[in-house]
Design a protein around this ligand. Structure first.
Ligand code: AMP
Length: 194
């Protein structure tokens, strides 16, 4: 199964992706996680991405597409994957399309988590508080000011990705404000018919 999860930062893509990984035994490909790992390891990609990520902007299409192209070639991605946080621009969506076509593959579903953006800041602040309480590191970009920039980047560059898939008849939308388990059920019922 090959799936794309769309939605603004804080919509619950990561939470749902983890649940899908557990249920379906496929891998979660989160470009945010890959970039954070590159930053932590101090790789050339990490060095380029660090400041942009900390400011809440988008890392260049070239870098992100390169990371995904490499990742899709790894053996664990063959059984299927959930893309979380990619594609974030139409150029990335086009690149994904080419990458999959070259491999003779296609997406089984593109699911958008629809959320009330006015409620997202609270969710992000909760995520930061929960991480802190568990003694886990708090993401630097889960700061209210940086979050505003991330949401602006979403509305400027990423909001057009859902209509891109809708125009191709591939988009399914679900209520991302529902409780976590309900959202998972909604995704599962889409996947049953995919
Ligand atoms: P995320 O964990 O998905 O919220 O991503 C954290 C940050 O990584 C974003 O705010 C961007 O700076 C960067 N990032 C992650 N995925 C992408 C992408 N597909 N395109 C551009 N930048 C990305």
């Amino acid at each position: 199964m090959r799936l794309v999860l769309l939605g603004p930062p804080g919509a619950g893509k990561g939470t749902q992706a983890l649940r899908l990984v557990q249920r379906h035994g496929i891998v979660q490909l989160s470009t945010g996680d890959m970039l954070r790992a590159a930053v932590a390891a101090g790789t050339p990609v990490g060095l380029k991405a660090k400041a942009v990520m900390e400011s809440g902007g988008l890392v260049s299409d070239e870098i992100v597409i390169g990371i995904i192209a490499e990742r899709l070639d790894q053996p664990d991605a063959r059984k299927g994957f959930i893309l979380d946080g990619f594609p974030r621009t139409v150029a990335q969506a086009d690149a994904l399309d080419r990458l999959l076509t070259d491999k003779g593959l296609k997406l089984d579903a593109v699911i958008e988590l629809k959320v009330d953006q006015a409620k997202l800041l609270d969710r992000i602040l909760n995520r930061a508080a929960e991480a802190k309480a568990k003694g886990e590191p708090v993401r630097k970009d889960d700061d209210p000011e940086v979050f505003k920039t991330r949401l602006e980047a979403y509305n400027r560059d990423t909001a057009v990705v859902a209509p891109y898939y809708s125009a191709r008849g591939q988009l399914q939308q679900i209520d991302g404000m529902a409780p976590i388990e309900k959202v998972t059920q909604a995704i599962d019922s889409i996947l049953e018919t995919a």
